[in-house]
Design a binder for this molecule. Structure first.
Ligand SMILES: NC(=O)c1ccc[n+]([C@@H]2O[C@H](COP(=O)([O-])OP(=O)(O)OC[C@H]3O[C@@H](n4cnc5c(N)ncnc54)[C@H](O)[C@@H]3O)[C@@H](O)[C@H]2O)c1
Length: 319
């Protein structure tokens, strides 16, 4: 029997796929503390991992472990160096995790550009007519310039949606060829700073790495237009939160939408929680009916395919 730890509950469609397969024996682990993971995980051949940090201290004890199947595509909560050394495979859920985040980004752009929360509150608070003469900064997306930073699975779903709104799309991704970007209707930007000066909207879809950590800080925001907005659904550390709060308060940029935070959940005293110029969601870009089910199914299927030796190479992280 192959023993699989389901670290952090996922949609039942994925859990059932493993439970109904006679080759596997599964246990759901909901206590994500280091102490519990060190205690529990050494018995397993494979792990599915949603939330929870799997560091080298835990991995050292997992002598039987052959594979970690991430519920998602980001893997900054796993010690990659250790996996590489010990030849433990790391799998991700590929394109099952890209439509919902791309729609989430569009929703945040639309919400902010249409001052939607202000309008909603005005109806509820009996200010239905007052809003007509009130100064607000709603704007059309037609001909607006968006810069997509990171042109992978999510970036490529997002560009289609932006072009549908007749926006001009710039792309900054040093690892994607100009011809690929142009074939999908975008313009390649070779220097991030040049792009920042031009655009109305910045959307971040990069992994959190040494290079992308704090890639957007106050200096970069000062290059942007005062009317511009930033959407970050990638990882919290990609944008400097303290700098973002300052840029919003000093009207260096106009607004922001954040689905991800440097620390999750954010501390109660994080000033962004009280800042009305930022739209927030709780790392929920994949929380649609379709995406939660398909991500869990893919996470489980990756484990099954791994042990049956028929894994799709696109699901494997190359170290
Ligand atoms: N909020 C959520 O729920 C949610 C859901 C899915 C993914 N994510 C995050 O979004 C990120 C992107 O997802 P994806 O599926 O598109 O990943 P992906 O791996 O398909 O694409 C990432 C792209 O970023 C590019 N990139 C890497 N370093 C860069 C740099 N320094 N500058 C510019 N581009 C760089 C890569 O070349 C790649 O094309 C993930 O790594 C994950 O952290 C968040």
């Amino acid at each position: 029997m192959i023993k699989i730890a389901i670290v952090d509950k996922m949609h039942e469609d994925g859990i059932n796929l493993l439970k109904n397969n006679p080759k596997f024996e599964c246990e759901i682990i909901e206590d994500l503390s280091k102490k519990n993971l060190i205690n529990k995980l050494p018995n397993f051949d494979g792990i599915t991992l949603r939330r929870g940090k799997i560091n080298s201290e835990i991995l050292e004890k997992c002598k039987k472990l052959k594979v970690i199947s991430r519920h998602g595509v980001g893997y900054d909560n796993v010690d990659i160096k250790f996996l590489k050394e010990k030849k433990i495979s790391l799998l991700v859920t590929g394109t099952t995790t890209s439509v919902s985040p791309a729609e989430h980004i569009m929703f945040m752009i639309l919400n902010i550009s249409k001052s939607f929360d202000l309008f909603d509150q005005s109806v509820r608070n009996g200010k239905f007519e007052n809003i007509m003469h009130m100064k607000h900064n709603s704007f059309e997306l037609l001909n607006k310039k968006i810069l997509i930073v990171g042109f992978g699975r999510i970036g490529r779903k997002l560009i289609k949606r932006c072009l549908g709104f007749e926006m001009e799309v710039y792309v900054y991704d040093p690892f994607v060829e100009k011809k690929v970007i142009e074939s999908l209707g975008g313009k390649k930007i070779n220097n991030l700073d040049d792009g920042l000066k031009e655009i109305d909207i910045l959307s971040l879809s990069v992994p959190l790495t040494k290079d992308t950590h704090n890639m957007i800080n106050l200096e970069k925001m000062k290059m942007m237009k005062k009317t511009s907005i930033i959407i970050n659904t990638s990882r919290g550390g990609v944008i400097n939160e303290k700098d973002l709060n300052e840029a919003l308060n000093k009207e260096i940029i106009y607004g922001a939408g954040l689905d991800v935070f440097e620390k999750e959940p954010p501390n109660n005293d994080n000033p962004l929680l009280k800042n009305k110029k930022v739209l927030l969601s709780p790392h929920a870009a994949t929380f649609t009916r379709e995406c939660t089910s398909s991500m869990a199914i893919q996470t489980a299927q990756n484990i099954i395919d791994f042990f049956e030796n028929k894994l799709d190479k696109l699901m494997v992280v190359k170290f």
